[in-house]
Design a protein around this ligand. Structure first.
Ligand SMILES: NC(=O)c1ccc[n+]([C@@H]2O[C@H](COP(=O)([O-])OP(=O)(O)OC[C@H]3O[C@@H](n4cnc5c(N)ncnc54)[C@H](OP(=O)(O)O)[C@@H]3O)[C@@H](O)[C@H]2O)c1
Length: 336
């Protein structure tokens, strides 16, 4: 049977399940699929292309003979298992934060820097979900007009934290509407009917999520001198991250030229018609693999500055779709 042997580590999680869905939707030929998680869900079943496949406990030997392993099981599992998989000749595409900033690990968004894949040494990192959608929107602008500064504020869905956070938002919403007491578990405070300017731990006044956006963007754009700062916020939305992006270009440019480059760029939908109240929203990206851009406008004060509103599905383009696109690029470029 022709095709690839693929392992999915974290197959019972939100990203892992989405990976399986994306693998069904796209056309990587698969001859064998290995579903991996912890002891907790070993022995449970997950459906793939109409077949029930059993989930196994992850062990170093689980990767024996695999061509690709798609990892979405958190940083510590990635740190332990990625070298084991690579040792067994498997290419790891990792969704965690474990390897993103390592010098010899390509951090790839296929619309932005696919050429980096040719430098891979077994592990390829998928960037943070908020970084992915922003760099897809910024790359065509940088290529045409240069990019000097970026200031981004995010409005991130709870599915970015995993399935427990989705359950927490649903439960708290029901409890509050019924006048009951709530008890925050996943987040430090109530998330239903609230928002938290806090994603991951804090360092020197910034959150780790904010620093990930800054450092990953510089690496992906190959521009260590880019001025960039972020404020990341968790909002009570189940799926779909939104971002308000302020950017300054190097060259002077008309608003119409910004629209023009975005309208022809790969992976982007320009959805921007205020007369018809057309702007991207999280509910619109539920089934979309694209990055939606709207509310494009010139800054009122700065000559070379613009604002964008950028929305994408954090589980699809922000995680699973990007990982599967990386595997497709590797196959197309003969880098296996
Ligand atoms: N959610 C997003 O939008 C998003 C976007 C980009 C990247 N990511 C990253 O993707 C990863 C998973 O996120 P998620 O949202 O899918 O989380 P999740 O819903 O909580 O699922 C976690 C998955 O990882 C498995 N797992 C946990 N520890 C493991 C271990 N030591 N060995 C093997 N499997 C293990 C779990 O298996 P059990 O069922 O056995 O517990 C489960 O399948 C995280 O690193 C996250 O940062 C998430």
């Amino acid at each position: 049977m022709s095709g690839y042997k693929v392992a999915v580590m974290g197959a019972t999680g939100l990203v892992g399940r989405m990976m399986l869905k994306i693998l069904e939707e796209r056309n990587i030929p698969i001859k064998e699929l290995i579903l991996l998680a912890t002891e907790r869900s070993a022995g449970s079943y997950v459906e793939f292309e109409g077949e029930r496949l059993m989930v196994e406990t992850t062990r170093p030997d689980s990767f024996q003979g695999c061509d690709f392993a798609l990892f979405s099981a958190g940083t510590s599992a990635s740190k332990t298992m990625a070298p084991e998989a690579v040792k067994r000749g498997c290419i790891v595409i990792d969704n965690s934060n474990a390897w993103r900033m390592e010098e010899d690990v390509p951090l790839v968004v296929p619309e932005v820097n696919p050429e980096e894949l040719s430098n891979h040494r077994g592990i390829i990192a998928n960037p943070n979900c908020s970084t992915i959608q922003m760099v897809v929107a910024l790359k065509p602008i940088k290529d045409s007009f240069g990019l000097k500064r970026v200031i981004v504020s995010t409005y991130q869905a709870v599915s970015g934290t995993g399935w427990k956070a989705v359950e927490e938002l649903k439960l708290q919403s029901r409890q509050i509407l019924q006048g009951k007491e709530i008890e925050p578990v996943v987040y430090p405070y109530q998330i239903a009917f609230n928002l938290l300017p806090h994603i991951d731990v804090f360092y020197n006044g910034f959150s780790k999520e904010e620093l990930k956006m800054v450092n990953e963007t510089k690496k992906i754009m190959k521009d260590p001198g880019l001025k960039i700062t972020a404020t990341t916020v968790r909002v009570p939305v189940i799926s779909g991250h939104s971002e308000s992006v302020y950017l300054e270009t190097e060259k002077e440019v008309e608003l119409s030229a910004i629209r023009q480059v975005l309208s022809t760029a790969s992976g982007i939908v320009l959805y921007d018609d205020l007369d018809k109240l057309r702007y991207p929203m999280p509910v619109m990206v539920e089934e979309s693999d694209l990055v939606w851009v709207g509310r494009i406008r010139k800054d009122l004060d700065e000559e070379k500055a613009f604002h964008l509103w950028v929305v994408a599905n954090n589980l699809r383009k922000g995680a699973a779709t990007n990982a599967v696109q990386i595997a497709e690029e590797i196959i197309q470029r003969g880098l296996l």
